[in-house]
Ligand binder design. Sequence first.
Ligand code: PEP
Ligand code: MG
Length: 746
Amino acid sequence: MKDRVDLICSIGELAGLFEKATTLENFLQTAVSIVAYHMRAAVCSVYLYDEKKNDLVLTANQGLRRESVGQVRLQLGEGITGTAVKELRPIRVGVAQLSPLWKAVPGIDEEKYKAFLAVPILRGLTRIGALVLQDPVADYFDDNDTRALQAIAAQLASVVENAKLLMTLGKHQHGETAGAQQTLETLKFIRGQPGGNGVGIGRAMIFGSLDETGKETPCKFTRRDFEHALAATEKQLEALQVGMEERLADVASLIFSAHILMIKDPKFSGAMLALIDSGQTPPSAITRIVDQYSRLFANSKNPRLREKQQDVKDLGRRLLKNLHGGADDDADFHGRILIAAEVLPSDVLRISAQKTEGLVLISGGATSHIAILARSLQLPMVITENKALLLLHEDSEVLIDGDQGTIYVSPSEEVQAQYRVLMKASREAENIADKTPDVAKTSDGVMIEIFANINLLSEIKLAKRYKASGIGLYRSEFPFIVRNSFPSEEDQFRVYRRLIDEMEGREVALRTLDIGGDKMLSYFPGENETNPFLGLRALRFSLKYREIFVQQIRALLRAGEGRGLNIMFPLVSSVDEFLEARRTAMSCAGQLAQEGVPHNSRPRIGAMIELPAAVEVVGELADEADFLSIGGNDLVQYMLAVDRTNEHIADLYIPHHPAVLRALARIARAAAEKKKTLSFCGEMATNRKMLPFLLGIGIRRISVEARQIARVHEIVAAINIDEAKEEAKRILAMGRISDVAAALRV
Ligand code: PEP
Ligand code: MG
């Protein structure tokens, strides 16, 4: 007698059983035995779905040949089981061999089994695998069996899914196992998302791992060697800090401060010395104390302390390298491709300062500001969701292409050769910067101003080399994002002053803080919002935290003293909000005057048009503002309600949507009517298909990433304004995305 109820209860207890099982395979083996026993079926199998290969692997079985486990693989849609999983439905047949879906798998002795019941194991619509019963008696299974097996599959699904996860985690923590190795063997080529531009090639290194510090060698080191290593490490860190301050004055303030503080702390090095004096080897003393500290940080409730784990691990690595006598100044990451589950903006600075070849970021959340930072630092970077990369052997060769978003593990000589050619071509292309004409003109001689978007002062050099007409967008949040606390008014004043002065009279639009959304400050615990892009972002943040806004405005006004000053508010949502922000700015000017502090009392104040609400009142905003600037990236995001950082809906992020195009035309018309300068910042301006439209609706100033300027010059030169106007008019009459796409050939 089949015993379905008992079976379902037993399976319910499987979760507990799982904890005792050492592997997922063991656990599933127990599960199939229980199912086969209670259902009195001759055969029970579990197939697991392998997303990467898109096939099913026989993972546990009772009744078939033992060797078939791990060997039998079925394509999705292949045989009765493959079809059940593909079509997400149970399939029951009285005599399997008579079914058109039947596929005989040679060598597993299943010919003698007639009745067949396969149910998919699903989590929502996610395929986990299949649970299959077979028996020699024809028509052995009925409707009730199907339902029972479905109930069991549903219970197994979450256990199996969690088991898969836990197994991966366990494998990760305990190093390599056969299973992990198997996953890694499939890791040859990964398509991720582009992050920072350029190509990097080097040996892999897992960011934040303690593997290197953990390496034990036969000990030949003495207390003196340790003291030398300590002194060398301190010197290197100080030199690195000085180098950073010279190269990245605006953001580098004390990036290595935590390292330096720790290395100088007698408690830290003293604990190591005490261990050495008690007979431990210097490498194990370092490892033990680093471990102790990093656990301490990891367990802290304070998020800023938790971040320090990374610093202490870096420090340990560096100390060990110095002990082995091999560390140069860039010791840690030089020539490596770092693979990181999480990085902070300050990590990116540090990584780049240490001449890292590239960064692979396993994304689990918002990463766009990390990508912007990587681009500004010219650090090749790829973002991927593939966690298996974290299991990669540390010395594997990895090539990443930050432009394409691709990762090659142990790239073949052929791939490397192709990339060498590409890298040579891109170095040559860089030389065109020096040949960029002073002004951009369309084919019929209309002048277009090309400005640069920059995030760091170090990009000014590039902007000037590409002959940018000015800075159309300075993202002032970057000095805030990468620090450990708010920069003071004085700090900010120095950064802004240097930016304005280095541009030597060319116009600079300084945007006030655009914090929030995906750009959070690690030292300022936000409101823990469910929808940060619809939350306290940009100008709203500034108006709520008035003290921060006032400090920034004061710094801006002071930096603009005796110079032209353009201040721009991001994400303006109403005329009222704009006026309130402007009143605050003007009262800061009044305050500075009272205090007798030199400043610019008549700044030009502009509004960024990035929200549908701002488009609706753009005429009134144009009346009030001294200039307007379109934030194209956000405008698309908010017009279409498509998170610009969510790669799962990237196909819905459609800049050529008729609604977006009509909004742009409306903004351009309003600015022209009110005779206000209008600039366009955002990716669309670098798009060969879209730029003619922007010029066609009357936009004459665009602002793009500095290294795109030469390319944009070329695109502009091929555009005829009269034709672009005609084409824009034609496109604006279209109501369907598909029609616009056909017209623009996107
Ligand atoms: C934009 O939104 O298009 C823009 C230029 O600003 P950011 O990318 O910094 O939001
Ligand atoms: Mg924006």
